[in-house]
Design a protein around this ligand. Sequence first.
Ligand SMILES: [Zn+2]
Length: 147
Amino acid sequence: MNTNDCSLIEPLLAAYLDGELAPAAAERLDVHLAACEGCRTVLGELAEVDRLLGDDAIPVPTGQEWAAVEWRLLARTRRVFAGRLVRTCALAAAAVALLGALAWLAVRVFPPAGTVDGPGAYTAQGGKTPAGDEETLGISVEHVERF
Ligand SMILES: [Zn+2]
């Protein structure tokens, strides 16, 4: 290890401070720290953090507290998904209504072949015109009704 490279030294400082380094590595850090004011400053800041934290362990949530957190997260997740489901269904219903309206409009504007209005012909609504001239299109109503 190059003891002059601070970027290699700094990640080891916390372990150094806690006495977790192997003796040889700790000796190399001692050499670097003796010559490097920047790393000594970082080591001093880490020592200050340790001092401020003292012996007070970071509180660990109890099982009951974790259960409460999980419950709140689950409830929030359900609300989010329920909202998305409602929006998705509303959007799908609007799309179906729009397609239905477009289909109705298309049939009204461009009636399918064989549904031309006229005596004896079928209308776009599927009924016969009242005049009853069955030979207008060359096909009798009985012939159409058979198929
Ligand atoms: Zn350094």
